[in-house]
Ligand binder design. Structure first.
Ligand SMILES: Nc1nc2c(ncn2[C@@H]2O[C@H](COP(=O)(O)OP(=O)(O)OP(=O)(O)O)[C@@H](O)[C@H]2O)c(=O)[nH]1
Ligand SMILES: [Mg+2]
Length: 423
């Protein structure tokens, strides 16, 4: 397919109460560039509230039109999600291809999704978004354009040739919902099994591009050397869209499960959060969250706020959390440094990992207890089990059997209760 280079003008309304407007516009530019769209201009307007009919004030529409022609643009991207009537009205007035922040994010997700579950989740979000906007979108997407189009030119929604047919879209939504439920059940079963095994779960969460996958890889490398099964890390928005689950085994026979998942961004589309809910919910059952923050970004407080709000949105509450201030190498901050539940480190350089592991251990192995056991000589299986699963501190051979002092978790302890002689 012949793809025309897209040249976009960004349009944003700066509402009075919004303190993060400049950053939101900068992020919009990054999102556009993540789709190879060239940003050629920007129009902003200060208003008390966005205009219900056409997002910006009426006079601003003419200004956008002039700018559009002058800069030879072929696309206009709005900084917020446009309502169905806003899309229709702006379309009519401007007579050009119009997309909004939501379509942009959906499109990025559509391109990055790798597993079938992630693809289905994105497609579901796209269809939900499209359904009430068919009229406006039909006009907009019918126009000559390049790569972006609310995912319609991508695999997934695009290849199923829905032709914006309402009935077909509704059927497809129902089908995806059904298929996703099935995947969700499987995931639930796995989660339950993990829980039953008593192995603590540590989940990495945070804003997109904060360094979550880099941290996961470094932790795995530290344990398994270069044989570690790495996850994908990249300097781009939404490099990760799926949950990766790995087991981390520590030197003292303690182990935990580490998960990496999709990152957050401000104004994450509501339908996307909904579609990805089951992925995001994984964090709800975690024993500990590692909230990774790019401390070198001047907006990192805001990014933390967005992450916390999104987590709350999907019902992740009251899970103990460590704040990981990452990329300290790019900030003027001494590192590694630990203070209460916060740590400053550099995942990329691998500096601060030992301190982080200590901090993690302190949180998740709190329920570990030490006890003394006497195991008859004919129960070599128990001794082997303990050597494999527990942190064995002393072993001596007495007349009645093997005497061991071990530190272990509650689940394993239950299994060998009959051999405990003192605590
Ligand atoms: N300088 C520096 N760069 C880092 C550090 N940690 C990660 N990065 C870089 O930041 C970029 C993003 O890293 P990822 O690990 O992919 O980030 P992520 O949080 O998984 O991002 P998403 O999956 O997109 O949400 C990569 O280019 C990393 O090399 C760090 O400590 N210092
Ligand atoms: Mg990632």
């Amino acid at each position: 397919m012949d793809t025309l280079q897209e040249r976009a003008i960004l349009v944003g309304v700066h509402e009075q109460k919004d303190e993060h407007f400049e950053y939101a516009m900068e992020e919009l530019k990054n999102l556009a560039e993540a789709l190879d769209v060239e940003v050629v201009g920007e129009v902003t307007q200060k208003m008390e509230r966005r205009h219900a009919g056409h997002y910006v004030g009426k006079g601003k529409i003419d200004e956008i039109q002039n700018y559009y022609e002058e800069l030879d643009a072929n696309l206009i991207i709005f900084n917020d999600e446009l309502s169905p009537s806003q899309i229709r009205n702006i379309e009519q007035e401007l007579n050009c291809k119009v997309i909004d922040r939501t379509m942009l994010i959906l499109d990025i997700f559509a391109r990055r999704a790798k597993t079938s579950e992630a693809r289905m989740q994105v497609e579901l979000a796209q269809l939900h978004y499209m359904l009430p906007r068919l009229v406006g979108l039909r006009a907009s997407l019918g126009r000559q354009g390049g790569g972006t189009g609310g995912g319609l030119q991508n695999k997934g929604a695009g290849e199923t040739k829905l032709e914006l047919d309402r009935r077909k879209i509704e059927d497809q939504i129902a089908k995806l919902g059904h298929d996703l439920n099935h995947v969700k059940d499987q995931r639930e079963t796995q989660r339950k099994q993990r829980k039953k095994s008593g192995t603590p779960v540590v989940s990495i969460v945070g804003y997109t591009n904060a360094g979550k996958s880099t941290l996961m890889n470094q932790l795995l490398k530290k344990m398994d050397g270069d044989n570690a099964k790495q996850v994908f890390e990249e300097n781009m928005l939404f490099a990760t869209l799926d949950t990766s689950v790995r087991k981390v085994e520590l030197a003292d026979n303690k182990e935990f499960i580490l998960t990496d998942t999709v990152g957050f961004v401000s104004k994450l589309p509501h339908h996307l959060v909904k579609a990805f809910r089951s992925t995001l919910e994984e964090a709800r059952d975690a024993d500990l969250l590692l909230h990774v923050v790019d401390v070198s970004n001047s907006e990192h407080d805001y990014m933390m706020e967005v992450t916390n709000d999104t987590l709350q949105d999907v019902g992740v509450q009251n899970v103990s959390t460590l704040n990981i201030y990452n990329k300290a190498d790019l900030a003027e901050i001494p590192y590694p440094k630990v203070s209460d539940n916060s740590i400053w480190l550099s995942a990329k350089e691998g500096k601060g990992l030992n301190e982080l592991i200590e901090l993690i251990k302190r949180h998740i192995f709190g329920q570990y207890t030490t006890c003394k056991l006497l195991i008859p000589f004919d129960r070599g299986d128990i001794v082997a089990f303990l050597n494999d699963k527990a942190n064995v501190k002393t072993t001596s051979y007495e007349e009645e059997g093997t005497l061991m002092t071990v530190e272990m978790n509650a689940a394993d302890r239950k299994k060998i209760e009959e051999f405990i002689i003192s605590h």
